[in-house]
Structure formats: structure tokens, C-alpha cells
Design a protein around this ligand. Structure first.
Ligand SMILES: Nc1ncnc2c1ncn2[C@@H]1O[C@H](COP(=O)(O)OP(=O)(O)OP(=O)(O)O)[C@@H](O)[C@H]1O
Ligand SMILES: [Mg+2]
Length: 305
């Protein structure tokens, strides 16, 4: 396929995803026409606190879906469960045709679903390139039997490095490749995390507050990268507090409050939903709702960097 044909094919993937959502009712848990991820009856308690109590979440393939909600709503805990970093007290979820309950995070990543963290997990005392290489999975050289025979895996090592360098170029981090990751700004670390997650060539990426603590110029660049991922046919599920960013890039918005999904729908209508405004007001009653009540307060936190 030519580059042009590939572009128009992927354009139509994202265009189709968006068009398919236009006929979907704005109801919590509503089934999407082409689901890539479905979670049902997910429950996670911490002692007496119900952190997550989600009846149903369905994510449309090829879309950018935002997961929003006030602080402590259970968004990160829900991500942890879905991506295999935490075990729920109850619930089932599946990605494509794979049941994910009891699957470890690395297995889920191998199936094509990867996530990044609210607090970046780049390794400060390793170089940017080394961080990227860590993102590659199933490296032959890591298998005990193959390790003493470099000829068996050196070709693959080169491929991993090549992919790492390509991604670093794409994310404007190539010049930093030999720097310690600890010397980078908060925003650059967010970019590095996203680039590293792409080392495994996933089909779905889950981003936990990719814009938190990132300066405005880098925010634009991050938003551009996320849209590009959709153009390539990836599915994106991202947690975000910045409502301008949510409005700008999301095809669909899911709202959590007190562990539950209380609303979902296209960005403009969800942000006018009374239950959504009330949920934010309940948590931020001293903060301002933006112009004419049409959008939610922005809660830009600097806690992640
Ligand atoms: N390991 C834990 N032990 C005990 N309580 C926890 C734990 N992790 C999360 N919680 C609690 O669960 C609730 C949901 O937390 P979570 O971090 O999932 O919220 P969030 O929606 O991601 O919030 P934020 O927007 O601030 O990141 C909060 O009340 C939190 O204090
Ligand atoms: Mg969180």
C-alpha cells in the first residue's frame, strides 16, 4: 500500500469510528457499535471505601474516549484494574476476544492494550534511549536459554533500537536520547512515557492525565500526537482534567463520580449535563464553572511532575 493509500485508509478508520458514535445514545454503559473493550460489574473497595463500582463501560474501536470526573472519582483505580495493575473485588472485562480477569499487566500489554501513569514512571538514572528499550517486550535476549548466544538475538536488538529512535524522532526527543531521563522536564517525561508505551506497537493506549503539569506549548504537541494515534487506527482512552483538551480531541466522554459512571456522550452535550456539572460542583464548589455553564471547571493540577 502506498503512503497516501495508507493515510486515506486510516483516515477512514477514524472517520468511521466517529460517524458510528453519532448514532449512539448518551446513556451510561451504552454498547458501542464496534467495541474493543468492555467492562462489566467492576468493583474495587479499599476497606470501607468503594473506589470503583462500574456497571458497564464500552469503548468504541478507533475512537478517542475521555474519562473525566472529580478528584477521587476512581478513574486511576479503574485504569489500574483494566490494565492488570490491580485486582478488583468483582467484575469481568474483555479486550477484543480476550477475557482479561486474572491476566497480568504484561500479558495485557502483549495483547495490545498499554497504559501510561499519572505519576510518570520513567527511570531517572537511565538514558532516554534505555528507557525506550525497556518498553520493548518479548525480547529474545531476555530469555534465559537464548541469552548466552548473542547471534540469536542481536538482530532483534537492532530492531528494538531502530524502533526506539524512530519514536524518539517522532516525539521530538531524539536530541535527548543519551541524556538521563531524570534531567528532562515534566512535559518531556510525559512524552517519553507515551513514546515508550508505543514500543510494543499496541492497538489501544490508555493515558492517565497526559497533560498534567505540562506547559501550554508541549500540551499542543501532546494533543497533536494523540490525534495522530487515532489517525493510525489506534484506540485511545485517556483521563484528563483539562476540559479544553477534552473538548478538543475527544470523540466521546465518559464521566465518573464516586466510583460510578454517571454520564457519557459526545463532549459538548456531556459538559452541559446537569448531573456532570453537579458532580464537579460537589467536589469543587468553590471553583468557577466556565462561560454560561456550558463547560466544566478546569482542574489543572501540578501534582504529577
Ligand atoms: N491503594 C489505595 N488504598 C486506599 N485507598 C485508595 C487507594 N488507591 C486509591 N484509593 C482511594 O480510592 C479513591 C479513588 O482514587 P483514584 O486515585 O482512583 O481517583 P482519581 O479519580 O484517579 O482521582 P484524581 O483525579 O485525583 O487522580 C480515592 O478516595 C482514593 O483515596
Ligand atoms: Mg487519578
Amino acid at each position: 500500500m502506498t503512503a497516501k493509500a495508507a493515510t486515506s485508509a486510516s483516515d477512514s478508520v477514524s472517520a468511521r469510528a466517529v460517524a458510528a458514535l453519532s448514532g449512539v445514545k448518551s446513556e451510561p454503559g451504552i454498547t458501542k457499535p464496534d467495541e474493543i473493550l468492555v467492562a462489566e460489574n467492576i468493583n474495587r473497595h479499599f476497606g470501607g471505601l468503594v473506589a470503583v463500582d462500574v456497571d458497564r463501560l464500552s469503548v468504541q474501536r478507533g475512537s478517542i474516549t475521555a474519562l473525566i470526573g472529580p478528584n477521587g472519582a476512581g478513574k486511576t483505580t479503574f485504569f489500574n484494574v483494566l490494565a492488570g495493575f490491580d485486582t478488583p473485588d468483582a467484575g469481568t472485562w474483555r479486550y477484543e476476544n480476550h477475557e482479561l480477569r486474572n491476566k497480568a499487566a504484561y500479558k495485557i500489554a502483549q495483547l495490545g492494550m498499554v497504559r501510561t501513569f499519572q505519576l510518570t514512571k520513567v527511570l531517572a538514572k537511565m538514558t532516554v534511549l534505555e528507557n525506550m528499550r525497556l518498553g520493548a517486550q518479548r525480547q529474545l535476549g531476555e530469555r534465559i536459554l537464548a541469552a548466552p548466544f548473542p547471534f540469536a538475538w542481536s538482530g532483534q536488538e537492532e530492531q528494538v533500537t531502530e524502533r526506539a529512535l524512530t519514536l524518539l524522532r517522532r516525539f521530538n526527543l531524539y536530541e535527548k536520547k543519551d541524556d538521563f531521563a531524570g534531567t528532562m522536564s515534566g512535559g518531556q517525561r510525559k512524552l517519553l512515557e507515551m513514546a515508550r508505551a508505543l514500543m510494543t506497537d499496541p492497538t489501544m493506549i490508555m493515558l492517565d492525565e497526559p497533560m498534567a503539569g505540562v506547559n501550554p506549548a508541549l500540551t499542543q504537541s501532546l494533543l497533536g500526537h494523540i490525534k495522530e494515534l487515532r489517525e493510525e487506527g489506534l484506540t485511545v482512552l485517556f483521563i484528563e482534567h483539562d476540559m479544553d483538551a477534552v473538548r478538543d480531541i475527544s470523540d466521546w466522554v465518559v464521566v465518573m463520580a464516586q466510583g460510578r459512571i454517571i454520564a457519557e456522550g459526545p463532549p459538548a452535550s456531556v459538559m452541559r449535563d446537569k448531573a456532570v456539572i453537579d458532580a464537579y460542583l460537589g467536589a469543587h464548589h468553590d471553583e468557577e464553572l466556565t462561560k454560561s455553564g456550558e463547560s466544566l471547571t478546569q482542574n489543572k493540577k501540578a501534582k504529577s511532575t
